[in-house]
Design a protein around this ligand. Structure first.
Ligand SMILES: [Zn+2]
Length: 134
């Protein structure tokens, strides 16, 4: 498990209707997570994903260091980014907010005041570039 400092993001934006989660989530996509309820669409939500991550049969690969696992997924609004340990990060259009929600195996998730806080807390700020911790 990843140890994460818990911080609270004071978000005041209205909460939309929750997305409908697709059935049959791949068990390989189960994530480690820490707990903190999402606070709304303005929240930045981060998930560590130590395993390979494949959408539509194509595994995600870091273009910078060719890593194929140990990701962090960042959700803000409707967009989801994949970030590598090497600090390379890209917007992944194949992952929707609903997909992100489907990867959460609990209604609880960690929220951070900013992506930077999240990256530092999870060790994705480049400090562990090239190092697999799992
Ligand atoms: Zn990388």
């Amino acid at each position: 498990m990843t140890t994460v400092l818990r911080t609270t993001a004071p978000i005041t934006e209205p909460t939309p209707a929750p997305p409908i989660l697709p059935a049959g989530t791949d068990p390989l996509l189960r994530l480690e997570y820490d707990t903190r309820p999402p606070t709304g669409p303005g929240a930045t939500r981060c998930l560590s994903h130590p395993h390979e991550l494949a959408f539509r049969g194509i595994p995600a690969t870091c273009r910078a260091c060719r890593a194929r696992r140990d990701w962090m997924l960042i959700n803000h609004g409707r967009r989801v980014w994949i970030r590598c340990r090497c600090s390379n990060q890209w917007l992944e259009p194949e992952i929707s907010r609903a997909d992100f929600d489907a990867l959460i195996t609990s209604p609880d998730i960690t929220n951070y005041p900013s992506v930077e806080d999240c990256l530092a807390a999870l060790g994705f700020d480049g400090a562990f570039a090239g190092i697999y911790l799992t």
